[in-house]
Design a protein around this ligand. Structure first.
Ligand code: MIG
Length: 716
């Protein structure tokens, strides 16, 4: 075991010869040390790290996973999986995010940098023990110390590198559905947004836009003159976001298939032939995204669609999902033949059934193909969790090749730590279930801790049918998620904001408009989090360390100023809330009607009507609010409403930039610093403008401890 010091409070313990994942961007200095802090090690066939948790310890992290913000009580398996049934017992979803934080008697973070299977048993096997099992013994273990979870997260974000920033328009509302079958339908959807005056910035193109599910092709029949169509839609205010799948169709004459075979860019089987699996298009090869040349080659292909005016993509099926292989089908048929005519009992019958179920995403298939890493073949199974990450990296590298300083929208389904430098994620195939609103709420801070700030769930739920109330309540939560996309599966009920009864439609519309009003705050907080290596969504215990705050699972901090308490139960018209301090409550219906009330610290039951979104402004904090427009680009930035809950003073730093380039990385952005201090009967207000050329006026609404509102306008 070698030990390295990475910065002041981070040690890396190297076991064996780990596969380089490029998750961490900071190198360290070798030091002398022969024992590991915190953990006991058990080495058998696998390696186990053991830690005894104190009764009140909380374990945060693990990104995209089931269960609570506090991960205690569960077992989680990092092995990227295409599993569309996110029921509570599931242990693997699409991502592998091996970072946790222990917060309690001792405070430290742990990152297992290993691209194969890792099991986190967090008080499941034995309620007091954290057991981390690493199947093969080559990995890096990072231990990060800090005084608080926030400090630990920040140190972690610092070593995994600066997060992805989408173009500003990607903070607008986005509409998706599998599938809008043709250009006509896409335009019809766009026109409905226009007719109903509902803001929307993007419409997604799911697999049906392609010709026979071939990546980087567009069906001439369903989307004729694609380039003109993209332009026409952009003129109407909508960007189109096509999907790209991992598998490349095997078909003579298909350029990408032929080039890939010729140049050896695909993953291979044990004979060195391109590995064959089947997904949407039938049989496919998988590009070898772990190989640098293949990655660059595939990345450039995005240019075909970028040339048509496309500015955003979603990368799907990149766990990679496998529907079947010949091996799987043959094995199942063989078992079926053996069973034919037999009197099957409980074991043999269900065994046979499972044979067929297990044709998809089978471990044996993952073990039967290889990546070419600098001339050496590496079995896919050992590096499985890096595949989606590197597909998405390939896209990002492609974009940088084509337009080095332009931001593109990019989200991926599968991911690994480090991919957050290249893109955001959506959380995959959830259901139109109330439980999945709550899961969405809990997942957001966990994802943030792992670097994935630009994230969100399929609002309204992917599978199953949403009713109006579910779509409303989900939308009311999603207005706070940086990625705000409504998506649903083929065959399910439509769930666009105009798909339901009049009342639900109108509430969704107002919520979306409110989202646009919140964009100045959301964008400012998002960007400050990126630049300062901080998070956007946090559990409330990150700021309040009292007994109750440590237990709250269904309220979140959004940026530095806000707390939210989403409704996630059907027929509910209110809920219990824990207030760790007095806060200013605005039950928002739309952004122009603002009534405030002070809610005092304590356990409170709050009435929340179907059209209300409770927004709490923390003590001495500030919310900035703009206006809506039908697209982000059209938002009028001349005036900002500044809502302050000033017990004695409040301050805010409002960040903005051009929203489309990467210049912010060179410090090219503007800031307005607002400082409010309470005097006897009035407020002293200080505003410093560092380079913001859009905003002309600040309309302050300062609320004091008694709820008295003082309004002032300041020209800047
Ligand atoms: O097997 O492209 O998660 O968002 O609509 C399903 C069709 C494949 C899964 C994605 C989903 C998308 C769907 N895809």
């Amino acid at each position: 075991m070698k030990v390295y010091k990475i910065g002041d409070n981070i040690l890396k313990y190297r076991f064996g010869t780990p596969f380089p994942t490029d998750a961490v961007v900071k190198a360290g200095e070798g030091i002398e040390k022969d024992s590991i802090d915190y953990f006991q090690i058990e080495e058998k066939e696998e390696l186990k790290l053991l830690y005894k948790m104190a009764p009140k310890d909380i374990v945060f992290g693990l990104g995209e996973n089931q269960r609570g913000i506090n991960k205690r009580g569960g077992k989680y398996i990092s092995f990227c999986s295409d599993d569309p049934n996110h029921t509570p017992g599931k242990r693997s979803l699409y991502g592998a995010h091996n970072f946790i934080i222990i917060d309690g008697m001792e405070n430290f973070g742990v990152f297992i940098d290993h691209p194969g299977k890792v099991v986190f048993d967090i008080g499941f096997n034995h309620k007091d023990y954290l057991e981390i099992t690493i199947e093969d013994k080559n990995f890096d273990l990072y231990i990060i110390e800090g005084n608080s979870p926030r400090e630990i997260v920040s140190s972690f974000l610092n070593i995994i590198g600066e997060g992805y920033v989408p173009p500003k328009w990607a903070f607008g509302y986005q509409q998706s559905r599998w599938s809008y079958p043709d250009a006509e339908k896409v335009e019809e959807i766009a026109d409905k947004f226009i007719e109903n005056n509902i803001p929307c910035d993007a419409i997604y193109l799911d697999i049906d836009y392609m010709e026979d599910y071939k990546n980087f092709t567009v069906s001439e029949e369903r989307f004729p003159n694609f380039k003109e169509f993209v332009e026409k839609m952009k003129d109407k205010g909508f960007r189109l976001i096509p999907i790209i799948d991992a598998g490349v169709k095997i078909e003579d004459g298909y350029e990408i298939y032929e080039e890939g075979v010729e140049k050896g860019y695909f993953c291979v089987n044990s004979e060195g032939e391109p590995f064959v699996a089947a997904v949407w298009p039938g049989r496919v090869h998988f590009p070898d995204f772990l190989n640098r040349e293949s990655r660059l080659w595939f990345g450039k292909k995005y240019g075909k669609l970028i040339d048509c005016g496309i500015e955003g993509f979603w990368n799907d099926m990149n766990e990679p999902a496998i529907f079947y292989t010949n091996r799987g089908i043959e094995q199942a048929i063989e078992e079926a033949k053996k069973a034919e005519g037999k009197n099957l009992n409980i074991d043999s019958f269900f065994g046979l059934k499972d044979e067929f179920r297990d044709i998809s995403n089978n471990i044996e298939d993952y073990k039967s193909f290889y990546h070419n890493i600098e001339g050496k073949l590496v079995n896919h199974y050992d590096v499985h969790n890096l595949y989606g990450y590197n597909m998405t990296r390939s896209a990002d590298e492609g974009f940088k090749n084509i337009a080095p300083n332009k931001r593109f929208l990019l989200i991926s389904r599968s991911s690994y730590i480090g991919m957050h430098r290249h893109s955001g994620i959506w959380t995959g195939d959830n259901h139109s279930w109330w439980e999945h609103i709550l899961l969405n709420v809990k997942m957001m801070p966990s994802l943030n801790m792992c670097g994935f700030l630009y994230s969100g769930a399929d609002t309204g739920g992917f599978s199953d049918d949403a009713n109006g109330e579910l779509a409303v309540r989900w939308t009311q939560f999603s207005i706070f998620t940086p990625l705000f996309r409504n998506h649903s599966a083929k065959g399910t009920r439509h769930q666009e904001p105009f798909a339901f009864d009049e009342e639900s439609n109108s509430i969704m519309k107002e919520a979306i408009k409110l989202r646009y009003g919140l964009i100045p705050y959301i964008y400012s907080e998002y960007m400050k989090a990126i630049i300062n290596k901080d998070i956007y969504f946090a559990p409330i215990s990150f700021e309040y360390n009292d007994e109750y705050s440590r237990r709250v699972e269904d309220q979140l901090l959004v940026g530095d100023s806000l707390m939210i308490s989403p409704i996630y139960e059907e027929n509910s018209r209110g809920r219990y809330i824990w207030l760790p301090e007095d806060m200013l409550l605005w039950k928002a219906k739309d952004y122009s009607e603002r009534k405030y009330e002070i809610v005092e610290k304590g356990h409170r039951y709050l009435d929340i009507d179907i059209d209300e979104i409770p927004i709490f402004i923390r003590k001495n904090k500030v919310l900035v609010l703009g206006k809506h427009a039908n697209t982000v680009d059209d938002i009028d930035n001349e005036e900002l409403v500044v809502i302050a809950f000033a017990e004695d003073k409040a301050s805010y730093t409002y960040y903005d930039d051009d929203g489309r380039s990467l210049d912010y990385r060179d410090g090219i952005y503007s800031k307005i610093i607002i400082e409010i201090e309470k005097r006897e009967d009035d407020y002293q207000i200080n505003v410093e403008n560092h380079g913001n050329k859009d905003i002309k006026r600040l309309k302050l609404e300062i609320v004091d401890r008694e709820g008295k509102v003082t309004k002032k306008t300041i020209n800047i």
